[in-house]
Design a protein around this ligand. Structure first.
Ligand SMILES: NC(=O)c1ccc[n+]([C@@H]2O[C@H](COP(=O)([O-])OP(=O)(O)OC[C@H]3O[C@@H](n4cnc5c(N)ncnc54)[C@H](O)[C@@H]3O)[C@@H](O)[C@H]2O)c1
Ligand SMILES: O=P(O)(O)OC[C@H](O)CO
Length: 336
């Protein structure tokens, strides 16, 4: 198959390598000429994935129409907050009557409109329909998949046949794809877990114990469930790879950018200080605002997300918000 990947960050490049391993022809689009120059000459992205050499057959361009020539599958892996603009350009491409499957591996919720990524794509690409937009999500760090570490993830689409097509295209002997028709739950889990991972990082930064981190992950999961249920997700998704699986990896992994942001803040940096030395995207930062807004819109309480919001955007001290969390009214565990 001819595959076009929109986005040359660590995850786009890694998924391109998976598809190349599976025998597909991969072309990349990036907004950055500097990235085209770097990747075309060095075939690696040392700042993001040191030591990983990408195939010579990969092509890179800033011309999206050129990258999309003959595309049978399009994989979008750009930061969530630029998804709308990237899709506006993508929409100008003429697929000549044959609508390709569009796979979205971005995790996040758009600030301002509070839309999930499949909603942003569908709104901005009029010739696409929901049967052709598949979400790829689950516990995956590019640092590991690029080294072909065993991994399992979810392909979610309301149309089961499209999810199965993506399952077949991406699966191989080191990456195993499960299908789901719960795209809402899959997208919400993959987005909100990043906010909980910032909280986990804060706990690392202040030197909290394992008990505290286990409590955070479990109660973070309860928040994701509560929001997901209110927005129409299937509750079984929360216990699966896109739910608990991804929450665990992002809260605990040394590779997690969201955990890293939290850890720096826990050690005393401000958000703008952390952002000034981050080389990669930490989606939990914008998603914290959108998750809070989404929850407010359906009258769902997300105490941990709200606490992270206070620390990130209102300069509250971690110790203060943790005390507030601990001192809330006592209640039964299963109340969500
Ligand atoms: N890295 C991972 O391990 C991983 C795993 C699963 C999901 N994801 C998700 O994939 C998405 C992309 O993350 P990543 O790790 O590949 O990115 P990254 O942090 O490695 O790099 C970001 C990339 O965004 C692109 N970019 C920046 N500004 C842009 C703009 N204005 N227009 C278009 N492109 C722009 C650049 O090409 C840059 O390389 C995120 O939503 C992330 O949560 C990442
Ligand atoms: O490195 P993070 O924290 O952005 O997480 C990346 C992936 O979402 C983990 O599945």
């Amino acid at each position: 198959m001819n595959v076009t990947v929109l986005g040359t960050g660590g995850w786009g490049l890694t998924l391109g390598q998976v598809l190349n391993d599976n025998g597909h022809k991969v072309s990349f689009w990036t907004f950055s000429q500097a990235e085209v120059n770097l990747l075309s000459t060095e075939h690696q992205y040392k700042d993001k994935l040191p030591g990983v050499i990408f195939p010579d057959s990969f092509t890179y361009t800033t011309d999206m129409n050129k990258a999309l020539e003959g595309a049978e599958l399009v994989l979008i892996v750009v930061p969530s907050q630029v998804m709308g603009n990237v899709c506006k350009t993508f929409a100008k491409w003429n697929p000549q009557g044959k609508i390709p499957t569009v796979v979205c591996a971005t995790k996040g919720i758009l600030e301002g409109t509070d839309q999930r990524m499949s909603e942003v794509i569908l709104e901005n690409v009029p010739w696409l329909d929901s049967d052709h937009v598949v979400t790829l999500s689950g516990p995956t760090h590019a640092e590991e998949v690029s080294r072909r570490v065993y991994t399992a993830i979810i392909a979610a689409c309301p149309n089961e046949e499209s999810a199965k097509q993506v399952q077949k295209i991406f699966s191989n002997d080191y990456i195993r794809i499960y299908t789901s028709t719960d795209q809402i739950g899959t997208e919400l889990c993959g987005s909100v877990k990043n906010v909980i991972a910032i909280a986990s990082g804060i706990l690392y930064g202040i030197g909290a114990g394992d008990n505290t981190r286990a409590a955070l992950i479990t109660r973070g999961q309860a928040e994701i469930c509560r929001l997901g249920r209110a927005l129409g997700a299937n509750p079984s998704t929360f216990a699966g790879l896109a739910g608990m699986g991804d929450l665990i990896v992002t809260c605990l992994s040394q590779h997690s950018r969201n955990r890293y942001v939290g850890e720096c803040i826990g050690k005393g940096e401000t958000l703008s200080q952390v952002m000034s030395h981050m080389k990669m995207i930490a989606e939990g930062v914008p998603t914290c605002k959108s998750a809070k807004a989404l929850a407010d819109s359906v009258h769902v309480e997300l105490p941990i997300v709200n606490a992270v919001y206070e620390v990130l955007f209102n300069d509250k001290k971690p110790a203060e918000v943790i005390q507030e969390l601990m001192n809330r009214d006592l209640k039964p565990e299963a109340e969500y």
